[in-house]
Design a protein around this ligand. Structure first.
Ligand code: SF4
Length: 93
C-alpha cells in the first residue's frame, strides 16, 4: 500500500499521490495547513509555489477532490478553491 502525504489514508475516488514523489514531504507540513485567516501567509504562498512544481500535483488534487477534503492545501489549491473548481466542473458536465 502506498503512503499518502498529509494524513492516514481513507479510500477515495482517486488513488493517493505517491508520497515518495511529493515535494511537500521534504518541507514543513504546517505550511500546507494554514490556520484560518493565514491562507495568504508567506509560508502558505511558498507551499503553493512548491505545489506548482510537484510531479504529483494532478493526482494530489484529484485525490483531495475525490475525498472532498476540507483541510489543507492539496495540488496547490485551498479548500475554497477546490470547491470552486468542483462546482465549475459539475456545471460543465
Ligand atoms: S501537489 Fe503540493 S500538496 Fe500535493 S503532493 Fe505535491 S507538494 Fe504535496
Amino acid at each position: 500500500m502506498q503512503d499518502i502525504i498529509h494524513q492516514p489514508g481513507q479510500p477515495g475516488l482517486s488513488p493517493p499521490p505517491r508520497a515518495d514523489l511529493a515535494l511537500c514531504a521534504q518541507a514543513d507540513p504546517d505550511a500546507w495547513f494554514p490556520e484560518h485567516g493565514f491562507e495568504n501567509s508567506i509560508e502558505t504562498r511558498t507551499a503553493r509555489r512548491i505545489c506548482g512544481g510537484c510531479p504529483v500535483r494532478v493526482p494530489c488534487l484529484a485525490y483531495a477532490l475525490g475525498r472532498r477534503e476540507r483541510h489543507g492545501i492539496w495540488g496547490g489549491l485551498t479548500y475554497a478553491e477546490r470547491r470552486q473548481l468542483a462546482r465549475g466542473t459539475e456545471r460543465a458536465a
